[in-house]
Structure formats: C-alpha cells, structure tokens
Design a protein around this ligand. Structure first.
Ligand code: COA
Length: 230
C-alpha cells in the first residue's frame, strides 16, 4: 500500500529496514519538534524509545513518509495502549536493559542521553482513567522539508482511519507543553486538551473520539471523519 500525498511525498507501511531512518527522524525532531542532535550523546536512543518499537509491536499502524531523498517522517499508532504498554515492557524494555546502564535518579548527574537511559529503566507506562475513552495513541514527526504542506494532516487521517476501522473509539497524543506548533496542529485536527488531575504533568495530553466506520458514514452527520488511503 502506497498513498500519494502530493508534491513528491508518499506514505507507506514502515518496515524493519526503516528503523535507522526512523531513529534519524526521531532525533531530528526530538527536542519539542526541533533537532535534538546537539543534546544527545547517543543519537539512537530517542528513536529506540519513541519510534522503532511501534514498527516492531504495531506494524499495521506504523507508516513512513517518503520523498525522493528517502524517509522524511513517520506516523505511528498503538490500537490498545494498555496492551501495547505490557508488550513494550516485556518485549522491548526488558531486553534493552541488558544493554543500557541505568544512570540513577539524580538528575543533577545526568549528561547527554542519560535521561533516555533512565527512561528505559523506568518507563512511564501509565494509562490513567482520563484516557479510557481514548484507548489508542499515536506519534507523528516530519522533517522540516515535509512540514507545512498538509502532509501531517493526511498522515494523521490515514492513521485515524486505520485505528477506527480496527474498532478504536478514540485516540490520544502526548505533546510537549512547549511544542506550540504541534498543539495547534492537533487542535486543527479535532483534538482537545485533556485536563485531569490524574494525568502526568510534564506532558500535555490531547485526544479526540474516532467515528465508527459503520455508524458514522460521511453523509449521515458523523462530522469530518478521517480520510482513507487512496
Ligand atoms: C506538527 C507536525 C506533525 C504538523 O504537520 P504538518 O504537515 O507540518 O502540518 P499540516 O501542513 O498538515 O497542517 C495541518 C493543519 O494544521 C495547521 N497548522 C500546522 N502548523 C500550525 C501552526 N504552527 N499554527 C497553527 N496551525 C498550524 C495548518 O494550518 C493546517 O490547517 P488546515 O488543514 O486547516 O489548513 C509537523 O510540523 C512536525 O512533524 N513537526 C516536528 C515534529 C513534531 O513537533 N511532532 C509532534 C510531536 S507531538
């Protein structure tokens, strides 16, 4: 399946061969949407935490955006977050801990990518009650050359359509509070900020319901539903 996104960009399902490119995109967008290269001493850990496991554990909802020059973005989803979190702990973080040392909890001693090493040993795999209406979650990152061209909207619509078709009633995203651009983008796509005391404070959670593909056909007032792969 390949979807033409226009302007020389296309979207296809991600494969294991894309892991290096996914890690690169994650690094180059990993500082609240900006390039995190200068901050990290291990260029791979961000992608190992936040991008690659989706292709491995949820391949049906992992897509890359490509242009002539290669992969320039991805959109990733997990259908059932509590189930994904269990898999992530058992099949991803547990083996990784054998290879990465824990820098310990004293943040004043952390250097470079120590924050990511700590996260591998102490992942925040929470699913508080406020998220229950939105069991799926997603991530999207596009390199600067792919931004501002409508690609993010199309990619998110494809992900939302896939999740809705698989039966998900709702999707949430975790956004850095300082990433204003991403918050505006998600708001444009119908996501609202969740406010609940039981949500972790360091992340802004945005969520929206997904139309049931059976119940909410476009002509029956179901609102602006997610797009379909063409
Ligand atoms: C955030 C991101 C995914 C948005 O994708 P994009 O392709 O640049 O956005 P699009 O061009 O599809 O814009 C979609 C809509 O959002 C709006 N939008 C995008 N950026 C905006 C901004 N900074 N302010 C206001 N609206 C914005 C667009 O106007 C557009 O609205 P419209 O469809 O009604 O015209 C992309 O810029 C990106 O990957 N940034 C770096 C990584 C990142 O921050 N990822 C999110 C981490 S949570």
């Amino acid at each position: 399946m390949t979807v033409d996104l226009g302007g020389g960009f296309s979207l296809r399902r991600a494969a294991a061969d894309d892991h290096a490119a996914m890690r690169m995109v994650c690094l180059r967008t990993g500082d609240s949407g900006k390039d995190a290269t200068g901050r990290e001493d291990d260029p791979d850990l961000l992608g190992i935490l936040y991008a690659v496991p989706y292709q491995v554990l949820e391949p049906d909802f992992a897509f890359v955006v490509e242009t002539e020059g290669g992969v320039c973005g991805y959109v990733l989803g997990a259908l059932d977050t509590p189930h994904f979190n269990q898999q992530l702990e058992r099949d991803w973080f547990a083996p990784l801990r054998q290879q990465v040392s824990d820098p310990g909890p004293d943040q004043s001693r952390w250097r470079g990518s120590d924050w990511a090493r700590y996260r591998i040993h102490h992942p925040e795999l929470v699913f508080p009650p406020a998220l229950r209406p939105y069991p799926s979650h997603g991530h999207i990152d596009l390199l600067p050359e792919a931004q501002g061209r409508g690609i993010g909207r199309q990619a998110m619509e494809i992900l939302m359509h896939g999740l809705a078709t698989a039966g998900s009633p709702g999707l949430f995203l975790g956004v850095s509070p300082t990433n204003r651009r991403a918050r505006h983008f998600y708001a444009k796509l119908g996501f609202a900020t969740l406010t609940s005391a039981n949500l972790p404070r360091r992340t802004t959670f945005m969520a929206r319901r997904l139309p049931s593909p059976v119940r909410d056909t476009p002509n029956r007032g179901g609102g602006r539903g997610p797009g379909r792969p063409r």
